[in-house]
Design a protein around this ligand. Structure first.
Ligand code: 9WN
Length: 448
């Protein structure tokens, strides 16, 4: 599996070294100092890469994450490591106080979720395991993944759109994306909150790269309100100040529903479950189709030729063009003309993919006033979102562009290191160095 090309071979070894260094007896931290716990969608990406080098570890990674699942099925966005000091990361366990709520696991976790990429990861990890190890892994993961899917359907679905909503920008994984700017105007930013709490991210990263103090004041307010209503989703769907249907989250949910159907099918074929084959498989495939239809009906914009976030409170489709609006390319049931438009939007002025003038897929519209070269999700390219877009390109037979993006990422990370994100023009790395999902997904691209 190791590449033969010397540049790719060297990159492979570097990725393995980063993943080995960020492993903490049972799971991987996204970055040693900035993110010293286990994060939800990070672990899915990490497992997708780890399976090429250490499939047993990839299985452990996912099992460790679902050890933090709540009784209602939510997979929390952080599973805290009890051996790490509470104030090493903000907000830590003392802020979320999930231990006081019924139905939470013995480990401390946060109370919000992140995009559900886990069934996709589990399916790919299962394919790398064999014999008893594979049987044990599939048997142990399936109930957790079904419960996660059930949670999203039962507790997070907005009946008006047929899409799930995010209740906090952190739930998107694209934290300070300009797609949330308008919905966040409705959330008062109280600077006094930042005198009560201390941000830890600024101890390890440049303030110019990270979300602003005002962003954080809003993040804290939203998290406190959810926490103080015992993480009750019925309350949140009615009353939370931030309630958004995000195209990326929903596309990843539909993608996971398809993977879940395939995982059930595998379990049935290999005699690992007593579930009646047809019911589960057909149900999850149908769910994926329904989500795709809802995405097209509710979040597609003819003008921009891409998907946009919907502020459920105001009913307004958000004008910002962001990478999240390109991620639905992952879905196989998209109408052909939408696939064509999405690829055209990615290759146009706003994202310039494939033009040779930018690296990866920019996280935000290059032509927008709100574009910034280095601030987190407001411009820079990230390896995970670029990797997701590559998966969509491959699915729809756009192999030449997929290959060009892959080769660009290989050159970029070989030159700038396995950083958290990159300036799309200069290629300079920002955020954390030795970032786990960058290393893991580069392993996956090198293996493909
Ligand atoms: C808040 C861990 C996480 C990623 C997110 C990324 C960033 C956290 C933060 O780091 O978010 O969850 O402190 O900024 O935005 O996508 O999962 O790598």
């Amino acid at each position: 599996m190791k590449p033969i090309d010397p540049l790719e071979h060297a990159l492979w070894s570097r990725c393995v070294r980063v993943l080995a260094a960020n492993w903490r007896s049972g799971s991987t931290v996204p970055a040693g100092r900035l993110y010293p716990h286990q994060w939800s969608w990070d672990s899915a990406f990490i497992a997708i890469g780890l399976r090429h080098w250490a499939p047993g570890r990839a299985a452990q990674e996912l099992r460790s994450l679902v050890g933090g699942q709540w009784d209602d099925g939510r997979v929390p966005h952080i599973v805290f490591n009890p051996r790490v000091a509470d104030d090493a990361y903000f907000p830590g366990p003392a802020f979320w106080r999930t231990g006081f709520r019924a139905g939470t696991p013995p480990v401390e976790t946060s109370g919000i979720v992140q995009p559900p990429v886990h069934a996709v990861a589990a399916l790919r990890v299962a394919a790398k395991l064999s014999g008893e190890a594979r049987a044990r892994f599939v048997r142990s993961m399936l109930p957790h993944l079904l419960a996660q899917s059930d949670y999203l359907h039962r507790r997070r679905l907005d009946p008006g759109t047929g899409l799930v909503v995010i209740l906090h920008p952190w739930e998107s994984g694209l934290d300070n994306s300009p797609a949330w700017d308008e919905p966040l105007v409705a959330v008062p930013a109280d600077p006094a909150l930042l005198t009560t709490y201390t941000r830890r991210d600024l101890d390890h990263a440049d303030a110019a790269d990270r979300p602003t103090g005002e962003d954080y004041a809003r993040y804290i307010r939203l998290a406190l309100a959810y926490r103080d209503h015992s993480y009750d989703d019925a309350w949140a769907l009615r009353s939370a100040e931030f309630c958004v249907a995000d195209p990326a989250f929903n596309a990843l949910w539909a993608w996971s529903e398809l993977a879940l159907a395939d995982l059930i099918s595998l379990a049935v074929t290999e005699g690992l479950t007593n579930r009646p084959a047809e019911s589960g498989i057909a149900e999850h495939r149908r769910a994926a189709r329904q989500i795709t239809v809802a995405l097209v009906e509710r979040l597609w914009s003819h003008e921009s030729g891409m998907f946009h976030a919907l502020d459920v409170r105001s009913g307004r489709l958000q004008p910002a063009r962001t990478v999240g609006g390109l991620i639905p390319l992952l879905l196989p049931d998209l109408p052909r003309r939408i696939v064509d438009d999405l690829v055209e939007a990615a290759c146009g002025d706003a994202f310039a993919v494939g033009s040779g003038t930018v690296h990866g897929v920019p996280s935000h519209d290059l032509t927008a006033e709100t574009f910034t070269a280095r601030r987190y999700w407001r411009g820079p390219a990230w390896v995970n979102t670029t990797w997701l877009f590559i998966q969509g390109l491959r699915l729809h037979g756009r192999d030449r562009l997929a290959r060009a993006l892959r080769d660009d990422l290989v050159r970029l990370t070989s030159g700038s290191g396995l950083c958290e994100y990159f300036d799309v023009h200069s290629g300079a790395g920002h955020g954390s160095k030795d970032f786990s999902w960058t290393a893991a997904l580069m392993l996956d691209l090198l293996a493909s």
